[in-house]
Structures are given as structure tokens and as C-alpha cells.
Design a protein around this ligand. Structure first.
Ligand code: ARG
Length: 394
């Protein structure tokens, strides 16, 4: 008996894949796997109910803690791609690995997803699965399915799909971000209606301050209360969300080159990224900060590609680990006007000297204002020479 494991959400795409894997790909049995990376409870109910109605053997794997750890790695790398903190992107390898594990345990020889041939997720899933010997199957892409065809097929076969749950948008939610795309939102010139937002309220006049503690670049506590990564993220999504923090509306350049209009909500991510960067500003030297931007950008790119296990990422993390040894301290964030702004920071590793920087004190000992005169004479010297020659030529 041949078995195939399917990444299963209970939505239209993955539901039609169940009979298709038998009819078109000749498998005797399909098993469905849903991986918990912090989706809302309704999504699991929908998957569970649909699986039951399909008579599908269904597995649910909890990968929230592992995913939250990866989100915190991304904070240490200040990781965003075109303003997007990578929620979907970082979740994919975690989901793909969990499904592969179930597939292998259950003696499957095939593994399938319901992604189309246009998006990033097919690439992220398959990068993980093609490390194995299993047959990788993408029915929607390979059979060229459209939503209309899927809906008709589902009606014909009497498959359990409640058309249009969540409106006509395609929504992907996990701990780190909520993404909304499709339908009218595809038009870059269409202003999104309020209803697309679920995690964030419109910014109001209210403000609040919270203090975030970091140890070696990892967030560990809010207002002095220690929290595990999953609880800390959930808590911040709640609090920052009420102040309208963390909305992104952007034109995203996908891996295949397509430009797609994307809307995201990510209150916790925005808050933690801003706080982390503020603390780095206090403890790292100017050249470390500047060089780290290159490292961070590369980390984010690999994260976007779903290739977080590439050797390059380990090498980048060598640098990140070294710098994060001093990223320990607290940052006060003020939620105000839809922003999460750092308004205070403190660390035992501050590369800051009040004595030297202050406008108020006569410098004691080491720095005399007069010493800067020589530097001021040389600053911009080459450009002065070059410009004088250019002026003469005119
Ligand atoms: N464009 C984003 C990415 O590739 C998110 C896509 C989320 N999918 C969705 N159906 N909303 O990472």
C-alpha cells in the first residue's frame, strides 16, 4: 500500500488535493498533516472537520516553540525583507520539516503541498523536502488548477468546502505575522478597507510605555516579568496591536520576480525589532553597526528564501553571536500613533560615556575640545583640493 503525506489546511486547495493524489498520482492512501505555528484556533477546527468529512487520517504537530525560537533569531538579525518581518517565510521550513518527519514515520513514499506555481511557498517547502528521497508532488501547480476548476471539482465530488471563509482574501497567519493578499487588494492602487485588519486597531490618541529586557540579543521579559518566547510574542501582539502598531502595505518582489501587493500585521515583531535595534545602538560601535547591516540584510534574504539552514546563515550567525554578547539590557518602548518607538535604553555594556559626550561638563582628562582643531583642519581636505581644481576648469 502506497501512502502520501499532504500539507493540509482544510482550505479549498489542499482539500481537492486529497482525491487528486489518489486519482491522478495513483497513491492508495493520503494522510494530512497540519503544523501549529500559532494559527488561530478556528483554522485547526476547520482542518479537523474537513479531515473528518474526507475520512482523512489527520496529524497535528505543535511547532510553536521551535518557530518562536526562530523568530527570536530573526530579531537578533534585525531581519525584515522590504519592510516585512518574514512571518510566513520563516514558518515554512519549520512546517516542511515537521511534515517530512511525520511522512517518514508513517511510511509514506510521497509528500505533497497545495501551493500554486506563482508564489514563494512552493520553493520553501520543496527546498526542505527535496533533501529526502520522497516523491515531491505539487498537484495545483502540476495539473495547472485554477480556483474555479477546484470549486467545480469540489461540488461535483461533494467535497466539504465552505466557499469563502475569511472573505475572498488569501490569509496566512502565524505567531509572527498575519498576511492578507488577493482579490481587490492585488491592485496596487486600491486602498485597503479596514476589515482586512484583525490584529491591529486603528491608532488612537492613547499611549503606553513598556520595558523589554534582552539577554544576548534575545527578548526575555516584559516589564520585568520573564516569559517564554511564545507567550512573550502573543502578549506583545495583543498589547501593541491595540495601539495600531505593525501594519505594512508594500509591493513585494517575490523570488520568481513577480511584484505582488502585500498587506501585513505584525505588532510584536515591529516592537521587538525596534527595541532590539535601539539596544544595539547603545552597545555596539559605529563600525560594528554599519557592518552588521550587511550581515542582517543577508540573513533576512536567506530567511525570505526559506533557506535558513544554508551554511552562509551559520557563518553570518557566527558574527551575530559575537556582537550579541553585549546586547543585554532594557529598552523602554512607547506605543503612540501606530508606532512602537524606543524612548529609553540601558545596558551594563553601553559604549557610551556621559563624561565624554556631555555638552554640560568641561571634559575631565582625556578629551580637550582643542584637540579637535587638528581633525577639523583635515576633515574634507581631499574634496577641498578636488573642488578647487574643478572650479578652475569652469
Ligand atoms: N508574500 C509573503 C511571503 O512570501 C506571504 C505570503 C502569505 N500567503 C498568503 N496566502 N497570504 O512570505
Amino acid at each position: 500500500m502506497t501512502r502520501v503525506a499532504l500539507a493540509f489546511s482544510g482550505g479549498l486547495d489542499t482539500t481537492v488535493c486529497v482525491p487528486l493524489l489518489e486519482e491522478e498520482y495513483g497513491y492508495d492512501e493520503v494522510i494530512g498533516v497540519t503544523v501549529d505555528v500559532g494559527q488561530p484556533a478556528e483554522e485547526f477546527e476547520e482542518a479537523e472537520e474537513t479531515a473528518e468529512a474526507l475520512n482523512l487520517e489527520h496529524y497535528v504537530v505543535d511547532a510553536k516553540a521551535e518557530f518562536a525560537d526562530l523568530c527570536f533569531d530573526s530579531v537578533r538579525a534585525n531581519a525584515t525583507y522590504q519592510g516585512y518581518p518574514l512571518g510566513t517565510a520563516l514558518a515554512r521550513p519549520v512546517i516542511a520539516s515537521a511534515i517530512l518527519e511525520v511522512a517518514e514515520e508513517q511510511g509514506c513514499t510521497g509528500i505533497a503541498h497545495g501551493c500554486t506555481g506563482k508564489g514563494n511557498d512552493q520553493l520553501r517547502f520543496e527546498a526542505v523536502w527535496r533533501d529526502s528521497d520522497l516523491e515531491v508532488i505539487a498537484p495545483v501547480r502540476e495539473l495547472g488548477l485554477t480556483r474555479e476548476w477546484e470549486q467545480e471539482y469540489a461540488d461535483e465530488k461533494d467535497l466539504p468546502v465552505e466557499g469563502g471563509s475569511g472573505g475572498d482574501w488569501s490569509i496566512d497567519t502565524n505567531l509572527w505575522s498575519r498576511s492578507v493578499e488577493g482579490d481587490e487588494l492585488e491592485d496596487p492602487n486600491y486602498v485597503p478597507p479596514k476589515e482586512i485588519y484583525d490584529w491591529t486597531d486603528d491608532p488612537s490618541g492613547d499611549t503606553e510605555e513598556i520595558e523589554i529586557t534582552f539577554e544576548n540579543g534575545y527578548p526575555t521579559a516584559i516589564d520585568g516579568e520573564e516569559m517564554d518566547p511564545v507567550s512573550l510574542i502573543e502578549h506583545l501582539n495583543e498589547v501593541a496591536g491595540t495601539y495600531g502598531v505593525g501594519r505594512t502595505d508594500s509591493m513585494e518582489d517575490r523570488m520568481l520576480g513577480l511584484k505582488v501587493r502585500e498587506n501585513y500585521e505584525h505588532p510584536a515583531a515591529t516592537t521587538l525589532l525596534n527595541a532590539h535595534e535601539a539596544l544595539e545602538g547603545l552597545v555596539l560601535t559605529q563600525e560594528e553597526r554599519e557592518f552588521k547591516q550587511l550581515i542582517d540584510q543577508r540573513w533576512a534574504k536567506k530567511g525570505y528564501e526559506g533557506l535558513i539552514d544554508a551554511p552562509l546563515v551559520s557563518a553570518l550567525e557566527g558574527f551575530i553571536d559575537e556582537t550579541q554578547k553585549r546586547v543585554t539590557g532594557t529598552v523602554t518602548i512607547r506605543f503612540e500613533g501606530g508606532q512602537a518607538r524606543a524612548v529609553a535604553r540601558d545596558s551594563e555594556y553601553a559604549a557610551y560615556s556621559a563624561e565624554h559626550a556631555s555638552f554640560d561638563t568641561e571634559s575631565v582628562g582625556k578629551i580637550d575640545q582643542e584637540d579637535a582643531t587638528g581633525v577639523a583642519k583635515y576633515h574634507g581636505f581631499q574634496r577641498r583640493l578636488a573642488n578647487s581644481v574643478i572650479d578652475e576648469d569652469d
